[in-house]
Ligand binder design. Structure first.
Ligand SMILES: Cc1ncc(COP(=O)(O)O)c(C=O)c1O
Length: 348
């Protein structure tokens, strides 16, 4: 296990990496350490997998959803606007592998004395100013679920450059144990399985190639779909390197025919396409009826999530299609997918 952790830390460029049983477990552990007070607010994005926001609920805090911008990531202007004295930190997501505006977020967190956690579940290999994502905030979290860049079935990693955070992470992932049968904190069994760690070490040896292959696939789409009318493709800032977990495109016309378009393309290429997350997290039943569903919550009150509207995120979620970037799909097949998609979209 230690070998996997050391090699992962060295790839990402941080002093410490702590393996856990899943990305969600990593988020839970990091937030438990950084969020010291109950009832506080933690700002996050509504456009992510539900576990991002749920990890905030796990630690007795309130997720505050703010809108995304044209990058599809959380908007720094909205973060700043929504930060108040009850806000303890920010949990940002590098969605699809595109780094969010890290420098701006770090500045906001620093000025407000809040923490920054980076959800890098989809972003292994992504960099910002030549530094890996996950290394900017107090902690970064990666997922090794089957669809991710490293595929262990289940698993995750927390990275940090702070020794005290590393020490607490190690305790909390294993029942708060400081040494054998001495329990200092309330912890969990979030240890990674040794067999998974062995598989992880083997895959990690190939990570540079795997990320490079995803970038090649991303580049094909970027070039091929650049000037398609009414189709928006990821905008990659000069100082950021994308790792293309998937290639999201946004339909600017005929959104109501998105499912037809997907079936048409799928029939021709035989590869499954997805629409991504179907609704913003605050529209999930858990959040819409949070006081009824979370009767055991350690929080005195929640925002009324039925009144929340993040217009940009809602629009994007309604019009997004994910194109595959998996390294095992040949570049020739990616070119074919791109061509078929382009002509089907133009013919809508
Ligand atoms: C953005 C994001 N955050 C968190 C997670 C949770 O990771 P895991 O499934 O390993 O718990 C995932 C993955 O599924 C994810 O895509």
């Amino acid at each position: 296990m230690e070998g996997f952790e050391k090699e992962f830390a060295s790839y990402v460029g941080v002093p410490y990496a702590i393996s856990v049983s899943s990305g969600t477990a990593g988020l839970h552990v990091a937030l438990q350490i950084l969020n010291n007070e109950r009832n506080g607010r933690i700002i996050t994005t509504p456009h992510s997998f539900v576990s991002t926001a749920n990890s905030i609920l796990y630690v007795g805090a309130k997720p505050v959803f703010v809108d995304t911008n044209s990058t599809m990531n959380i908007d720094p202007i909205q973060v700043e606007k929504n930060w108040n004295s009850q806000t303890h930190g920010l949990l940002g997501v590098h969605l699809y592998g595109l780094p969010f505006e890290i420098k701006k977020m770090m500045k906001i967190c620093k000025e407000n004395n809040g923490f920054l956690v980076e959800d890098c579940a989809q972003a292994l290999g992504s960099t910002y100013n030549d530094k890996h994502v996950g290394t900017f905030g107090d902690a970064g979290i990666f997922s090794f679920y089957d669809s991710k860049h490293l595929k262990l079935g289940e698993g995750g990693m927390i990275v940090t450059s702070k020794k005290n955070i590393m020490e607490k992470c190690k305790m909390i992932r294993s029942h708060g144990m400081k040494k054998k049968y001495l329990h200092e904190y309330l912890g969990y069994n979030y240890r990674m399985n040794e067999i998974f760690a062995k598989i992880g070490r083997i895959q990690l040896k190939k990570i540079k190639k795997l990320v490079a292959a995803r970038r090649e696939r991303g580049k094909i789409y970027l070039e091929d779909l650049a000037n398609v009318d009414n189709l928006e493709i990821p905008l990659i800032p000069e100082n950021a390197q994308h790792s293309f977990y998937r290639f999201p495109v946004i339909m600017k016309k005929n959104t109501s025919r998105r499912k037809d378009l997907i079936s048409l393309v799928q029939r021709k290429i035989g590869t499954e396409l997805s629409t991504g997350y179907p609704i913003p997290i605050y529209k999930q039943p858990l959040y819409q009826q949070i006081s009824k569903r979370l009767w055991m919550a350690r929080v005195s009150s929640f925002p009324d999530y039925s009144k929340i509207r993040c217009k940009n995120a809602e629009l994007i979620i309604r019009s997004l299609i994910e194109l595959p970037t998996d390294p095992w799909i040949s570049e020739a097949d990616i070119m074919k997918i791109s061509k078929v998609f382009k002509s089907a979209f133009e013919g809508l």
